[in-house]
Design a protein around this ligand. Structure first.
Ligand code: MN
Length: 750
């Protein structure tokens, strides 16, 4: 599990001298001498001399075939951080390239990814930025982390947890995206050992138990394959290996995929390595002739490489006694890329076309960095990062036959934006396999998808797409559209939203004071003008509901402190609507019969009016209630007289019933998440109706009791945060609450 072997400089020299690569030996020797001197007094937690750590990191980098500067930087990677040595010294002695590499690694080490909660997204982005500058920095860091993981047993327990967590969630996925499969698997497996020791030992036990039987099975397959391939016209006999499955890979399949050991298909796997691509397909044919293939488990990663450059043919076939096993077929060059990933660029110069290809391999880094520029929400960045770092991809074809690589679960929206930004913006609907599909449809590998666009030059995306799209690329393009092309609309929308909220919250400040009133918020969101600020509210970059409590405080301080005694005592307040002639405060009429109309369920904080019923007291409606609006439209004087302007008192404490509608993609656990939000807020709820809709969506009508509108707004905001929820709104005023409706709840069929 852990390593306490002592790496010496002699061992490093041995590796350098036997390597078929050219190294600048004197430079490496002086880097070693400098590092040994600088770390002279220091020891590792294991008690070993510190220099063993940089030597071990250098050894790993030599195994990857990295260049002289990288090996020097590995030897020196901790001197600036941990010893009096300086950046200038390194530059003088070893040149600016080595110094820059050490500086990059030092900065990466200083980024505490998960230590401070709200900074984590920013920190991951900083790491990606460093990697975009020079990917060797990340390769050194990955080897540094690998050696630290191998020796983690000597660290205190809380450090072990934190380091393992960070490794599992950040470094291992990055290694995967760089195609460095071997390092990724070792990082994952070592992290697992600390994060879930029980699960880890369980998998090891299963492997141990079946070891002998597994070896026998693999040996017999290898023999049979070798015999069958002997008669084929291959340049040289193929290399046939039994492939060990990583412990973490098996753990994921069993504990996260809820399968048992016997159900895992690729527990048994062999790999066949040949010389040329045509030979790969020839071997595939031979394998399928010998063993019956499971048809849905053939993957051609040669014709369509994975995003990280991985190429291979994968097929799962049935062995004797019906035991399925996986066969991977690839060329030697593909094998190197699969093992070393981006590092193969340094190890094997022959197959690499240089800088352009390197840039292409790192294009995903740039995409993530681009995407975050337009986002203000760090949590969203981290979520998209996690998705984007996962190498699971699908390939969808355009009608012209271009292959578009997308993450698993990508929608036609992601597909459209990946082809071209304008195709995304102008999309009206999509066809997959010739059939019109909803925009939230999950595309599958091999499908042909056609995007139908609008000719209207003003056509743009829909705000709801932001929640449907899966790639950060699509999301950021949609957001950017709302930000730029729709500026005027956003200003108007933002201003209207703001004024409405002010009215609701009873904040009355003169227009001329706005600029000063919002000056702090404008600075925080880097808005240069009030229009910028309105526009940000309009496209959703600034959330009013998050800011309103602060604004209320500010308002009370600035405008209400001197005349604090005036407010509620005054019985007459401004008329809510000019058509209404009388005004009363609700409190005064509490004693007479007051009912809250069920057509619109007013809440404390809503603008309200009262209707004098015949014999049933006062019925209170919202001013936006359709019944009230209809009355205004009819404009019959004797009817109008029966409406009174009413106001809330500020000390209402009774809970009031209201209805909300949630539109969401149906999924297991949705109701649980919704009720958890209610429970946390101390709110009881009933689902009064639920309708299954097209595209796997469900409309839930929920009745709940809240104190006031502010509370409702906060809850709606939280409900919108739940995964798969598309919208959560207060029900429109015409919606009728049916008492006891929970018994009538219709459940969506499966
Ligand atoms: Mn280190």
């Amino acid at each position: 599990m852990t390593e306490d072997r002592v790496v010496t400089f002699d061992m490093i020299m041995e590796k350098i001298l036997t390597s078929d690569k050219q190294y600048e030996i004197t430079k490496i020797i002086s880097a070693y001498q400098f590092a040994a001197k600088a770390h002279e007094e220091q020891r590792r937690s294991s008690g070993q001399p510190y220099i063993i750590h940089p030597l071990s990191v250098a050894e790993l980098l030599l195994e990857l075939g990295m260049d002289t500067d990288t090996v020097c930087a590995a030897l020196l990677h901790d001197v600036v951080e941990d010893t009096p040595a300086t950046d200038e010294q390194l530059r003088e002695l070893f040149g600016k390239d080595v110094a820059a590499l050490v500086d990059g690694v030092t900065k990466l080490t200083q980024i505490p990814v998960f230590r401070q909660d709200q900074k984590k997204a920013e920190n991951v982005l900083k790491m990606l930025l460093a990697m975009e500058n020079d990917v060797r920095v990340m390769i050194i860091k990955l080897c540094d982390r690998l050696h630290n993981m191998r020796t983690l047993q000597f660290r205190p327990e809380h450090k072990q947890q934190l380091t393992a967590y960070e490794t599992m969630n950040v470094y291992a996925p990055i290694a995967g995206r760089l195609g460095m499969k071997k390092i990724q698997e070792e990082l994952e497996t070592l992290s697992l050992y600390y994060l879930d020791p029980y699960g880890y030992s369980e998998i090891v036990r299963m492997f141990e138990k079946s070891k002998e039987e597994r070896q026998q099975f693999i040996e017999s397959i290898k023999k049979r394959l070798a015999e069958a391939l002997r008669n084929e016209p291959l340049r040289q006999p193929p290399e046939i290996q039994g492939r060990p499955k990583s412990i973490y890979g098996m753990y994921k399949k069993i504990f996260k995929g809820h399968r048992n050991f016997d159900q895992v298909y690729d527990k048994y796997a062999v790999r066949i390595i040949v010389d040329t691509v045509p030979e790969c397909y020839l071997v595939l044919g031979v394998v399928h002739h010998l063993y019956k293939p499971l048809m849905d488990r053939i993957k051609d990663w040669i014709a369509r490489p994975k995003e990280n450059g991985y190429q291979s043919l994968h097929t799962t076939v049935l062995g004797r006694e019906g035991i399925p096993f996986e066969v991977q077929i690839r060329t030697r060059e593909m094998h190197r890329t699969a093992e070393y990933g981006i590092a193969a660029h340094w190890k094997y110069k022959e197959g690499i076309q240089g800088k352009d290809q390197m840039e292409e391999k790192l294009s995903w880094v740039r995409e993530i960095l681009e995407a975050q520029k337009t986002s203000d929400d760090p949590d969203e960045i981290l979520n998209t990062l996690k998705i984007d770092l996962s190498p699971d991809t699908i390939i969808v074809m355009t009608p012209k036959g271009d292959a578009i690589t997308l993450p698993v679960d990508a929608t036609p929206i992601d597909f459209a934006y990946k082809i071209h930004t304008q195709i995304g913006h102008k999309m009206t609907f999509a066809r997959a396999e010739g059939k019109i599909v909803p925009l939230d449809y999950k595309l599958q590998t091999g499908q042909i998808c056609e995007i139908i666009t609008s000719k209207d030059p003003n056509k743009g995306p829909n705000r709801a797409w932001m929640n449907i799209a899966r790639t950060s690329e699509a999301k950021s393009k949609i957001r950017a559209w709302f930000k730029k092309e729709n500026r005027q609309d956003n200003i108007i929308a933002g201003k209207t939203m703001l004024e409405k909220e002010f009215r609701r919250s009873r904040i009355h400040i003169p227009d001329t004071d706005y600029e000063e009133f919002f000056s702090d918020d404008m600075k925080r969101h880097s808005c240069n003008s009030l229009d910028d600020f309105y526009a940000s509210i309009g496209y959703g970059g600034v959330s009013i509901s998050k800011l309103i409590p602060k604004w209320k405080d500010r308002y009370m301080k600035l405008y209400r402190s001197e005349d604090a005694e005036t407010p509620e005592e005054q019985p007459i307040v401004q008329p809510v609507e000019q058509q209404v002639t009388n005004q009363i405060i609700l409190d005064e009429i509490r004693d007479c019969a007051v009912k809250f109309a069920q057509c619109c369920n007013p809440l404390q904080g809503d603008d309200i009016v009262g209707f004098v019923t015949r014999g049933h007291g006062l019925s209170v409606h919202r001013t936006d209630c359709i019944n009230y609006r209809a009355m205004l439209a009819r404009d019959i004087p004797e009817e109008r007289e029966r409406w009174l302007a009413v106001q809330w008192t500020d000390h209402n404490s009774a809970k009031m019933r209201t209805n909300i509608e949630i539109l969401a993609y149906d999924r297991v656990g949705l109701m649980f998440d919704i009720s958890a939000v209610m429970k946390e807020s101390g709110i009881s709820m009933n689902v009064s109706q639920s309708h299954g809709m097209k595209g796997g969506r469900v409309l839930l009508m929920i009745s709940l009791e809240v104190l006031n509108k502010t509370q409702l707004t906060a809850i709606l905001e939280r409900l919108r945060q739940i995964r798969s929820v598309i919208s959560a709104e207060r029900a429109s005023s015409s919606y009728q609450y049916v008492s006891g409706a929970e018994n009538k709840t219709k459940k969506r069929g499966k």
